[in-house]
Design a protein around this ligand. Structure first.
Ligand SMILES: Cc1ncc(COP(=O)(O)O)c(C=O)c1O
Length: 386
């Protein structure tokens, strides 16, 4: 086995979740998904595709009609994105890995904004790249990036800047002004930006300039910039189990991406792609409805957390998570394990998102029934002896 693989840390979220497996009394909020089933029309489209016998490979880059639909979905929010720049992938995480395979050699330097979903920093490590971490910090009740610190970390020796906005786990979201400064800087240093924007639609403040999404690098870049944007059906369409995502690439990279797709998955399953097409056809109603429901979930949970003594939390403007800490609880894994074992409350330990996350806990608030969140809050109050 390669060294890089031997050294990969296991998932601390799984460590906690495994302790609660098979226990029907545990309320699980540890994973990044809603308990709502994918809408019927999307499931129907996939079922019809299978019934028609669509059981064969598709083009490596995806069904042409799905690529076109993704291009117009992106264009409607972010200005023209040409279909030739879109590749369909078997999930967002696969799209990220493909982007890393496209761009990174062993020994390359990657700068990542953290804390972040651990897969993002594990993937460059798998390929033998070195990851330098620049940490967000909580300031006056919100997560902030020290832009100067990040700009200083990105030099002509930096191959890739990896940034996830809106961020999992904090909900921190880049502004257009910050994106512009980063893009300008990376143009000067010749650094690639890989922007994980899988939560861009789950944005609760209406976006800048009335857009239906969080600020995106697509809003301010050109087709020639060294920029890869990663999208996913998972979060905005309640399709986590389907494994469907996409990449927006600069001009000139698609032939290479087609080859990489061939050697990784060859293509996403056709019936899954049909589900994606049905999802995009409903996006104008489905996504705003979902975001309104998620906003209600966020408010229910945050209203409950903000009044708890000894709990420190920033209200997230985007994403699916409340990221909070309990004063005096510095070992997040031990704390999360105790919450499961003694109180039936399933949260993700902050240490899962890197050492910067130690002492924090992540609670996914995406739930069909906000009463579950209220019951979870009750259990947390019990744990705090309130
Ligand atoms: C920041 C981030 N990026 C990418 C993904 C991948 O999503 P998927 O592989 O389900 O498309 C996730 C999922 O949790 C995530 O949190």
């Amino acid at each position: 086995m390669r060294h890089a693989i031997q050294n990969l840390p296991g998932s601390q979220i799984r460590l906690v979740a495994n302790a609660g497996l098979g226990r029907s009394d545990v309320l699980p909020f540890w994973f990044g998904e809603s308990d709502e089933v994918t809408p019927e029309a999307i499931r129907q489209a996939a079922a019809e595709s299978l019934a028609r016998g669509e059981t064969f490979y598709s083009h490596n880059l995806g069904l042409p009609e799905l690529r076109a639909a993704i291009a117009s979905y992106c264009s409607a929010a972010h200005g023209a994105v040409d279909v030739d720049r879109v590749a369909v992938t078997s999930s967002g995480v696969t799209g990220l890995m493909l982007a890393m395979q496209l761009l990174l050699d062993a020994g390359d330097e990657v700068v990542a904004v953290v804390p972040v979903w651990p897969n993002l920093t594990a993937q460059p490590a798998i390929l033998g790249a070195r990851v330098t971490r620049v940490s967000l910090r909580p300031v006056d009740g919100a997560w902030r990036l020290d832009l100067q610190e990040l700009l200083a970390a990105v030099t002509p020796a930096t191959r890739m800047l990896l940034v996830n906005s809106p961020n999992n786990p904090t909900g921190w979201t880049l502004s257009h002004a910050e994106q512009q400064l980063l893009l300008d800087h990376c143009r000067r240093t010749g650094t690639w930006i890989v922007a994980d924007e899988v939560y861009e639609r789950i944005h609760f403040e209406g976006g800048e300039a009335g857009r239906p999404a969080a600020p995106s690098f697509l809003d301010i870049s050109s087709a020639d910039d060294r920029l890869v944007v990663v999208g996913s059906f998972s979060k905005s369409f309640l399709m986590t189990g389907w494994r469907l995502g996409w990449l927006v690439l600069p001009r000139g990279q698609m032939d290479a991406m087609g080859k990489l797709l061939e050697f990784n998955s060859s293509c996403a399953p056709v019936f899954v792609q049909r589900g994606g097409l049905a999802a995009l056809a409903m996006a104008d109603t489905l996504v705003p409805d979902l975001v309104a429901r998620l906003k209600g979930c966020r408010d229910t949970l945050l209203d409950g957390l903000l009044v708890l003594p000894g709990v420190q939390v920033a209200k997230p403007v985007a994403g699916l998570y409340a990221y909070f800490r309990i004063v005096g609880e510095d070992d997040s894994l031990a704390c999360a394990q105790r919450l499961v074992a003694e109180h039936g409350l399933g949260l993700a330990p902050g240490a899962a998102f890197g050492e910067e996350g130690e002492g924090w806990l992540r609670w996914c608030f995406a739930s069909r029934d906000p009463a579950r969140l209220l019951e979870g809050l009750n259990r947390l109050r019990g744990a705090l002896r309130l």
